[in-house]
Design a protein around this ligand. Structure first.
Ligand SMILES: [Zn+2]
Ligand SMILES: [Zn+2]
Length: 381
């Protein structure tokens, strides 16, 4: 790739007379004849703007022999005695004829250029912000804590068991002969076995009959191919574009190098492929009726009572029956807290239920949210 090189000339401002935009080729101010120096930013050159996409200088490149020679002379040095700037290849100060010494400063020696006011360090972002949130969070948390504390604080009251309730249910299930339907390939004839004391039964499969062909489901079968397309995008080269880089030569000139690089654009295209097409096809099976056994509920009895000992309802059973039992208990405790209140306990077992008696006093903890706890040692009679 061919590189195109240009020399760009900078401009400077005289701090003695305020003359502005003096070409770098002038080492003394054309207005007041003061020599260009290191001080007062006189040797910090302005090179004008650049094109945003290519980075190419908006200024014309210099072609004059004299200017090109000045650009090629190397880095400027400043006279130890009078401070004037001099060509890099000049052994004597053009202003006072003093000799260049080993200690003479050069433009390149200047501390790293700070073209604009140094950016203020970003304000420590998190500290103040973070602290604010921290304070807010802490106060929320402390409120939460306080509220929880307030809510969980409680007072003790003495309640009294006002009533006890029980409900008991017995279901009778019988192992009965029934007809069912099923798919013939899932049925294997085998004899039933009757339960002994409600256990060890085997439903069995007998008398397969009345088999008919019925749809059992569907399956997907390949049915040729179809072409499926979608629009996609890709990056393609679309010509080339100029890119430039520039570097300062330390003497008011800048060297710019430009070359052409491939340019890429987005292009849409059709992405097509052949796909297998499927169609849905019914699947058939043999559906048959057969005899088997199943547990069916044949009777249910319920009894309930208040302030009495629980008992099971009577239900007779035959040899092919079994019983399923359910029990439910409630203990109501009345207490006074801003008026009469009721608190209900649900004991899980008969033994637990029987430990409560009507009229028994019960120490309770009532917190400010209104929830109630029976205090330990509740079995005080
Ligand atoms: Zn001047
Ligand atoms: Zn000098």
């Amino acid at each position: 790739m061919a590189t195109r090189t240009r020399i760009i000339e900078g401009t400077w401002n005289c701090t003695s007379c305020d003359a502005r935009d003096i070409l770098a080729r002038h080492r003394s101010c054309p207005t007041c004849n003061n020599p260009r120096e290191e001080t007062g930013q006189e040797s910090e050159f302005d090179f004008g703007g650049v094109d945003a996409t290519s980075g190419k200088s908006l200024r014309e490149g210099v072609t004059e022999e004299k200017a090109l020679s000045a650009a090629a002379a190397g880095v400027d040095w400043f006279c130890d005695y009078c401070g004037a700037s001099n060509r890099g290849d000049a052994p004597l100060c053009r202003h006072c004829r003093a000799q260049r010494s080993d200690t003479s400063r050069t433009l390149a020696e200047k501390p790293a250029q700070a073209p604009r006011a140094p950016a203020p360090p970003p304000p420590p972002p998190s500290k103040g912000f973070g602290r604010k949130w921290l304070v807010l969070g802490a106060s929320l948390l402390s409120c939460f804590g306080t509220c929880m504390f307030w809510g969980s604080r409680g007072h003790e009251v003495t309640g009294q068991v006002s009533s006890t309730e029980w409900t008991r249910t017995v279901h009778r299930e019988s192992f009965q002969r029934v007809s069912k339907t099923g798919w013939s390939d899932e049925l294997r004839t085998r004899s039933p076995r009757m339960p002994v004391n409600g256990q060890g039964e085997e439903p069995g499969v007998e008398n397969l009959r009345d088999c008919v062909t019925r749809q059992r489901g569907t399956r997907q079968v390949a049915d040729g191919t179809e072409r499926v397309c979608s629009t996609k995008s890709r990056r393609v080269q679309c010509g080339s574009e100029e890119k430039c880089s520039r570097h300062k030569m330390g003497n008011g000139y800048m060297k710019e190098e430009c070359h052409d690089v491939p340019k890429y654009c987005s292009e849409s295209y059709q992405d097509c492929r052949n796909q297998t097409r499927y169609r849905s096809e019914p699947v058939y099976g043999q559906s048959c009726t057969y005899d088997t056994y199943a547990w069916n509920e044949t009777d249910v009895r319920q009894e309930s009572g208040r302030d009495s000992a629980p008992r099971w309802p009577e239900l007779s059973t035959g040899s092919l029956d079994r019983l399923r039992r359910e029990e439910k208990y409630a203990v109501h405790i009345g207490y006074s807290d801003d008026g009469p209140k009721d608190y209900a306990l649900e004991p899980k077992t008969e033994a637990e239920f029987l430990s409560w008696e009507k009229g028994q006093s019960v120490p309770l903890q009532v917190n400010n949210f209104g929830s109630v706890n029976v205090l330990a040692g509740d079995s005080v009679r």
